[in-house]
Ligand binder design. Structure first.
Ligand code: FPP
Length: 259
Protein backbone atom coordinates (compact mmCIF):
# COMPACT_ATOMS: atom_id res chain seq x y z
CA UNK A 1 0.00 0.00 0.00
CA UNK A 2 1.28 3.50 -0.80
CA UNK A 3 2.51 5.13 2.40
CA UNK A 4 0.32 8.18 1.85
CA UNK A 5 -2.85 6.14 1.36
CA UNK A 6 -5.10 7.03 4.27
CA UNK A 7 -6.38 4.27 6.51
CA UNK A 8 -9.86 5.57 7.27
CA UNK A 9 -10.86 5.62 10.88
CA UNK A 10 -12.17 8.44 12.98
CA UNK A 11 -10.09 8.18 16.13
CA UNK A 12 -7.16 5.87 15.68
CA UNK A 13 -4.49 6.46 18.32
CA UNK A 14 -1.00 5.38 17.39
CA UNK A 15 0.66 3.06 19.92
CA UNK A 16 4.30 4.17 19.96
CA UNK A 17 4.01 7.92 19.90
CA UNK A 18 6.98 10.20 19.18
CA UNK A 19 7.77 12.68 21.93
CA UNK A 20 8.72 15.31 19.40
CA UNK A 21 7.67 15.65 15.75
CA UNK A 22 9.34 18.21 13.46
CA UNK A 23 7.76 19.03 10.10
CA UNK A 24 8.88 20.83 6.94
CA UNK A 25 5.57 21.95 5.45
CA UNK A 26 6.60 21.96 1.80
CA UNK A 27 4.54 22.16 -1.38
CA UNK A 28 2.21 25.10 -0.80
CA UNK A 29 3.40 26.90 -3.94
CA UNK A 30 3.08 23.86 -6.20
CA UNK A 31 -0.32 23.00 -4.75
CA UNK A 32 -1.53 26.46 -5.79
CA UNK A 33 0.16 26.58 -9.20
CA UNK A 34 -1.41 23.23 -10.13
CA UNK A 35 -4.77 24.89 -9.56
CA UNK A 36 -3.85 28.02 -11.50
CA UNK A 37 -3.87 29.98 -8.27
CA UNK A 38 -1.19 32.37 -6.99
CA UNK A 39 1.43 30.70 -4.78
CA UNK A 40 0.11 32.63 -1.79
CA UNK A 41 -3.22 30.76 -2.08
CA UNK A 42 -1.21 27.65 -1.25
CA UNK A 43 0.12 29.24 1.94
CA UNK A 44 -3.41 30.19 2.94
CA UNK A 45 -4.61 26.63 2.28
CA UNK A 46 -1.61 25.40 4.30
CA UNK A 47 -2.95 27.04 7.45
CA UNK A 48 -5.80 24.47 7.47
CA UNK A 49 -3.27 21.63 7.51
CA UNK A 50 -1.41 23.36 10.34
CA UNK A 51 -4.61 23.42 12.37
CA UNK A 52 -5.42 19.77 11.60
CA UNK A 53 -1.92 18.52 12.44
CA UNK A 54 -1.72 20.56 15.66
CA UNK A 55 -5.05 19.18 16.91
CA UNK A 56 -4.20 15.62 15.89
CA UNK A 57 -0.86 15.91 17.68
CA UNK A 58 -2.64 16.85 20.89
CA UNK A 59 -5.05 13.95 20.33
CA UNK A 60 -2.15 11.52 19.89
CA UNK A 61 -0.37 12.73 23.05
CA UNK A 62 2.68 14.14 21.27
CA UNK A 63 4.66 16.36 23.63
CA UNK A 64 6.31 18.74 21.19
CA UNK A 65 5.44 19.67 17.61
CA UNK A 66 7.85 21.89 15.67
CA UNK A 67 6.74 23.40 12.36
CA UNK A 68 9.11 25.08 9.91
CA UNK A 69 7.10 28.14 8.86
CA UNK A 70 9.75 30.52 7.56
CA UNK A 71 13.40 29.75 6.97
CA UNK A 72 16.33 32.15 7.16
CA UNK A 73 16.53 31.73 3.37
CA UNK A 74 12.85 32.55 2.69
CA UNK A 75 13.64 36.29 2.78
CA UNK A 76 15.06 35.78 -0.72
CA UNK A 77 11.56 35.10 -2.12
CA UNK A 78 9.68 37.87 -3.96
CA UNK A 79 8.84 40.66 -1.51
CA UNK A 80 5.11 40.21 -2.15
CA UNK A 81 5.28 36.53 -1.10
CA UNK A 82 7.35 37.36 2.00
CA UNK A 83 4.79 40.00 2.97
CA UNK A 84 1.89 37.58 2.57
CA UNK A 85 3.70 34.97 4.65
CA UNK A 86 4.30 37.51 7.43
CA UNK A 87 0.68 38.70 7.26
CA UNK A 88 -0.56 35.13 7.40
CA UNK A 89 1.60 34.51 10.39
CA UNK A 90 0.21 37.67 12.06
CA UNK A 91 -3.40 36.76 11.39
CA UNK A 92 -2.92 33.12 12.41
CA UNK A 93 -1.42 34.23 15.72
CA UNK A 94 -4.49 36.39 16.33
CA UNK A 95 -7.07 33.89 15.09
CA UNK A 96 -5.66 30.69 16.56
CA UNK A 97 -4.76 31.64 20.12
CA UNK A 98 -8.20 30.77 21.48
CA UNK A 99 -8.12 27.37 19.80
CA UNK A 100 -4.62 26.75 21.15
CA UNK A 101 -5.87 27.57 24.64
CA UNK A 102 -8.88 25.28 24.21
CA UNK A 103 -6.52 22.48 23.22
CA UNK A 104 -4.06 23.22 26.05
CA UNK A 105 -1.29 24.11 23.62
CA UNK A 106 1.62 26.31 24.62
CA UNK A 107 3.13 28.30 21.77
CA UNK A 108 6.76 29.19 21.27
CA UNK A 109 8.32 30.90 18.28
CA UNK A 110 11.87 29.82 17.61
CA UNK A 111 14.33 31.71 15.41
CA UNK A 112 15.89 35.10 14.91
CA UNK A 113 12.73 37.00 15.65
CA UNK A 114 14.21 40.48 15.99
CA UNK A 115 14.35 40.61 12.16
CA UNK A 116 10.53 40.66 12.07
CA UNK A 117 8.49 43.89 12.04
CA UNK A 118 7.97 45.17 15.59
CA UNK A 119 4.22 44.66 15.41
CA UNK A 120 4.74 40.98 14.64
CA UNK A 121 7.29 40.67 17.43
CA UNK A 122 4.73 42.11 19.87
CA UNK A 123 2.02 39.75 18.57
CA UNK A 124 4.38 36.80 19.02
CA UNK A 125 5.22 37.82 22.60
CA UNK A 126 1.50 38.22 23.43
CA UNK A 127 0.58 34.82 21.96
CA UNK A 128 3.38 33.15 23.91
CA UNK A 129 2.29 34.93 27.09
CA UNK A 130 -1.40 34.03 26.70
CA UNK A 131 -0.63 30.33 26.17
CA UNK A 132 2.30 29.99 28.59
CA UNK A 133 0.41 28.00 31.26
CA UNK A 134 -0.86 25.33 28.84
CA UNK A 135 0.71 21.92 29.18
CA UNK A 136 -1.02 19.47 26.82
CA UNK A 137 1.56 20.13 24.11
CA UNK A 138 4.30 22.58 23.15
CA UNK A 139 3.90 23.96 19.62
CA UNK A 140 7.13 25.44 18.31
CA UNK A 141 6.93 27.53 15.16
CA UNK A 142 10.33 27.91 13.56
CA UNK A 143 10.30 31.35 11.97
CA UNK A 144 13.35 33.02 10.49
CA UNK A 145 15.07 29.89 11.66
CA UNK A 146 17.88 27.88 10.14
CA UNK A 147 19.87 25.00 11.60
CA UNK A 148 23.15 26.68 10.67
CA UNK A 149 21.98 29.95 12.21
CA UNK A 150 21.24 28.05 15.41
CA UNK A 151 24.67 26.39 15.52
CA UNK A 152 26.31 29.73 14.71
CA UNK A 153 24.54 31.59 17.51
CA UNK A 154 25.44 28.81 19.96
CA UNK A 155 29.08 28.99 18.87
CA UNK A 156 29.07 32.73 19.35
CA UNK A 157 27.85 32.28 22.93
CA UNK A 158 30.55 29.68 23.52
CA UNK A 159 33.34 31.87 22.19
CA UNK A 160 32.18 34.77 24.39
CA UNK A 161 32.05 32.49 27.42
CA UNK A 162 35.57 31.23 26.65
CA UNK A 163 36.89 34.74 26.19
CA UNK A 164 35.48 35.72 29.58
CA UNK A 165 36.96 32.62 31.19
CA UNK A 166 33.54 31.08 31.96
CA UNK A 167 34.30 27.92 30.00
CA UNK A 168 37.49 26.01 29.18
CA UNK A 169 37.90 23.75 26.08
CA UNK A 170 37.72 20.53 28.16
CA UNK A 171 34.24 21.50 29.31
CA UNK A 172 32.88 21.69 25.76
CA UNK A 173 30.84 18.56 25.12
CA UNK A 174 27.63 17.64 23.28
CA UNK A 175 25.52 18.43 26.31
CA UNK A 176 26.94 21.94 26.60
CA UNK A 177 26.45 22.64 22.91
CA UNK A 178 22.86 21.30 23.04
CA UNK A 179 22.16 23.60 25.97
CA UNK A 180 23.00 26.64 23.86
CA UNK A 181 20.78 25.70 20.92
CA UNK A 182 17.19 26.80 20.36
CA UNK A 183 15.50 23.58 21.47
CA UNK A 184 17.61 23.07 24.57
CA UNK A 185 14.75 22.16 26.90
CA UNK A 186 12.89 19.68 24.68
CA UNK A 187 13.83 16.18 23.51
CA UNK A 188 15.36 15.91 20.04
CA UNK A 189 12.78 15.23 17.29
CA UNK A 190 11.98 11.51 17.13
CA UNK A 191 10.19 11.95 13.83
CA UNK A 192 11.10 14.39 11.06
CA UNK A 193 8.45 14.74 8.34
CA UNK A 194 8.79 16.57 5.05
CA UNK A 195 5.88 16.91 2.66
CA UNK A 196 6.02 18.02 -0.98
CA UNK A 197 8.01 15.14 -2.42
CA UNK A 198 11.54 16.47 -1.86
CA UNK A 199 13.92 14.36 0.21
CA UNK A 200 16.21 16.80 1.97
CA UNK A 201 16.60 18.52 5.33
CA UNK A 202 16.95 22.08 3.99
CA UNK A 203 18.75 23.57 6.98
CA UNK A 204 16.03 22.62 9.47
CA UNK A 205 16.95 21.03 12.83
CA UNK A 206 20.50 19.98 11.87
CA UNK A 207 22.09 19.15 15.22
CA UNK A 208 18.88 17.88 16.79
CA UNK A 209 17.93 15.52 13.94
CA UNK A 210 21.03 13.32 14.35
CA UNK A 211 18.85 10.33 15.30
CA UNK A 212 15.46 11.44 13.97
CA UNK A 213 13.49 9.03 11.85
CA UNK A 214 12.94 10.68 8.48
CA UNK A 215 9.59 10.43 6.70
CA UNK A 216 8.99 11.92 3.26
CA UNK A 217 5.49 12.34 1.90
CA UNK A 218 4.70 13.08 -1.74
CA UNK A 219 1.61 15.02 -0.70
CA UNK A 220 1.73 18.80 -0.95
CA UNK A 221 1.33 20.39 2.50
CA UNK A 222 -2.27 21.64 1.95
CA UNK A 223 -3.24 18.02 1.12
CA UNK A 224 -1.49 16.59 4.17
CA UNK A 225 -4.41 16.06 6.50
CA UNK A 226 -5.11 13.98 9.57
CA UNK A 227 -5.12 10.61 7.79
CA UNK A 228 -1.78 11.23 6.08
CA UNK A 229 -0.32 12.38 9.40
CA UNK A 230 -1.56 9.23 11.13
CA UNK A 231 0.05 7.24 8.33
CA UNK A 232 3.39 8.90 9.16
CA UNK A 233 2.95 8.20 12.89
CA UNK A 234 2.10 4.56 12.17
CA UNK A 235 5.16 4.24 9.95
CA UNK A 236 7.25 5.66 12.81
CA UNK A 237 5.77 3.15 15.25
CA UNK A 238 7.04 0.29 13.05
CA UNK A 239 10.64 1.53 12.91
CA UNK A 240 13.41 0.09 15.05
CA UNK A 241 15.53 2.87 16.51
CA UNK A 242 19.04 1.68 17.26
CA UNK A 243 21.03 4.78 18.29
CA UNK A 244 24.25 3.09 17.15
CA UNK A 245 23.45 -0.26 18.82
CA UNK A 246 22.83 -3.55 17.05
CA UNK A 247 19.29 -4.73 16.41
CA UNK A 248 19.89 -7.63 18.84
CA UNK A 249 20.96 -5.27 21.62
CA UNK A 250 17.81 -3.23 21.10
CA UNK A 251 15.59 -6.35 20.97
CA UNK A 252 17.01 -7.76 24.20
CA UNK A 253 16.99 -4.38 25.92
CA UNK A 254 20.70 -4.89 26.75
CA UNK A 255 21.40 -1.20 26.37
CA UNK A 256 19.37 1.79 27.25
CA UNK A 257 19.08 4.55 24.67
CA UNK A 258 21.40 7.40 25.33
CA UNK A 259 19.16 10.39 24.67
C1 FPP B 1 6.87 25.84 1.86
O1 FPP B 1 6.12 25.71 0.67
C2 FPP B 1 6.08 26.55 2.87
C3 FPP B 1 6.43 27.75 3.42
C4 FPP B 1 7.65 28.48 3.07
C5 FPP B 1 5.56 28.43 4.39
C6 FPP B 1 4.70 27.57 5.27
C7 FPP B 1 3.60 28.41 5.84
C8 FPP B 1 2.35 27.99 6.11
C9 FPP B 1 1.92 26.59 6.00
C10 FPP B 1 1.29 28.95 6.54
C11 FPP B 1 1.52 29.72 7.79
C12 FPP B 1 2.06 28.94 8.94
C13 FPP B 1 1.69 29.08 10.22
C14 FPP B 1 2.42 28.35 11.28
C15 FPP B 1 0.55 29.92 10.63
P1 FPP B 1 6.72 26.31 -0.68
O2 FPP B 1 6.18 27.67 -0.88
O3 FPP B 1 8.22 26.23 -0.66
O4 FPP B 1 6.12 25.32 -1.74
P2 FPP B 1 6.79 24.88 -3.12
O5 FPP B 1 7.98 24.03 -2.78
O6 FPP B 1 5.70 24.10 -3.78
O7 FPP B 1 7.15 26.13 -3.85
Amino acid sequence: MDKDTPVPSSDRVVVCVPRHVAIIMDGNGRWALRRNLPRTAGHRAGVKSVRAVVEESVHQGIGVLTLFAFSSENWRRPKSEVNILLELFMSALRAEVNRLNQNGVRLRIVGERNAFPEKLQRRIAEAEEVTCANNAMLLQIAANYGGRWDITQATRQLVSAAREGRVVPEEVDEELISSLLSFQDVPDPDLFIRTGGEQRISNFVLWQSAYSELYFSDLMWPDFGVDAYRGALEDFARRQRRFGLTGEQVDTGAEIRSD
